[in-house]
Design a protein around this ligand. Structure first.
Ligand code: SF4
Ligand SMILES: [Zn+2]
Length: 366
């Protein structure tokens, strides 16, 4: 396990205990990778402010998340020490992009309209992706309609977004906000920044939007985490409803992606799960939040990963696929009536959990 960097964010913020625990848990796993290969690449489709578009999603290897090296988020199984020295050269990053373009050429009839680039860190952090690489990647995808890049809020500024909008690319920055509630973000997720930092990043995106030519857009896509550890089912649902509403009210934030927590290996969530102290959220809770926030002034979507399994968001086992399908329908159509068409006997159990589960007796069901 690499040492935490000297500039770890936790100092003075009361996060040392969580980080110490997460460092110990993560150190059980060792991994390494080839810096010339992306972590993952796949084709999909997505709902954007301009409608549903084909998408190419790229997870770049950039030397990894420095926060994960310090300990990091309680649910994130990302393995921190994935590259020696913690950085990947410009040439290696461009090799990764070439691998992704070759994957697209082999598997799609035409180039995807939407490009999404994640790094398990921050694409806009110049210690991960330097300005030269950022601009070269913007050039490479200049013929597409829209690009999404992932970043922590600290690194978002209007000039960096301008590298993309100047090519006529609509540009979104995806921010792993997790929740609008600072206390939940700090104490349950172990993420160091505040909602105010997210608001500042949105203001930068709004400024980039105003500076961009004509109908070229820039904005923020907020990623929320439903049910981090230590919250009951009802607390988790309430936290998400208020978070979706608060994000949608921030100028510059046009999309909220609300994703249920799943149990990843080598995390604090995994340790709790093993000790019967954690259950991923019910899919009924996801549907409930989407229904309750259908009027919010933003696109609200959810992508329950690992749905129907014990380690992912799940209901009773009988209805999981049907509820998941309704959620995916909602993502594309934003119509809450899709949830009226699904029902199951287990809704009563879920309602009882919402009503009776307390943080000192959770979880009530498996
Ligand atoms: S969730 Fe993101 S910020 Fe947190 S440890 Fe994982 S990669 Fe780092
Ligand atoms: Zn059911």
């Amino acid at each position: 396990m690499s040492k935490p960097s000297p500039e770890v964010y936790e100092q003075g913020k009361g996060m040392d205990a969580h980080n110490q625990a997460m460092r110990e848990i993560r150190s059980r796993k060792e991994a390494s990778y080839d810096p010339h290969e992306p972590t993952r690449v796949w084709l999909d489709e997505d709902n954007t402010p301009d409608g549903v578009k084909t998408s190419l999603t790229i997870i770049l290897n950039t030397g990894g998340c420095r926060w994960a090296r310090a300990g990091g988020c309680t649910m994130c199984g990302y393995v921190a020490e994935s590259v020696d020295g913690g950085s990947v050269s410009h040439d290696a990053l461009m090799d990764q992009i070439d691998v992704c373009l070759a994957h697209e050429a082999d598997n799609a009839d035409e180039p995807a309209d939407l490009i999404k680039i994640y790094t398990s860190g921050s694409f806009l952090d110049e210690r991960e992706v330097g300005a030269e690489s950022r601009r070269a990647i913007a050039d490479t995808f200049a013929d597409r309609d829209r690009i999404v890049v992932e970043s922590l809020p600290d690194f978002v500024d209007r000039e960096k977004i301008g590298d993309f909008t100047q090519h006529g690319l609509d540009t979104d920055v995806a921010i792993g906000l997790e929740t609008a509630t600072d206390r939940v973000r700090h104490d349950c997720v172990n993420k160091y920044f505040d909602f105010a930092d997210f608001e500042d990043a949105c203001a930068e995106a709004a400024a980039a939007d105003a500076e961009a030519d004509g109908d070229v857009e820039a904005g923020i896509k907020a990623y929320l985490l439903m049910k981090p550890p230590f919250l009951t089912e009802s607390e988790a649902a309430e936290d998400m409803i208020s978070s979706v509403e608060r994000c949608a009210d921030v100028d510059g934030c046009h999309t909220v992606s609300m994703n249920p927590c799943n149990v990843q290996r080598y995390t604090m969530v995994d340790d709790l799960y093993f000790e019967d102290g954690y259950r991923p959220p019910w899919l009924w809770s996801v549907a409930h939040v989407l229904e309750e926030t259908a009027d919010a002034d933003a696109i609200v979507v959810s992508d329950p990963v690992g749905h129907g399994s014990d380690r992912g968001p799940h209901n009773c086992g009988e209805c999981d696929d049907r509820v998941q399908k309704a959620i995916k329908d909602f993502d594309l159509r934003q119509d809450p009536s899709v949830f009226e068409q699904v029902s199951c006997e287990c809704e009563l159990t879920w309602e009882t959990v919402i009503e009776r589960e307390r943080s000192f007796n959770q979880p009530l069901t498996r």
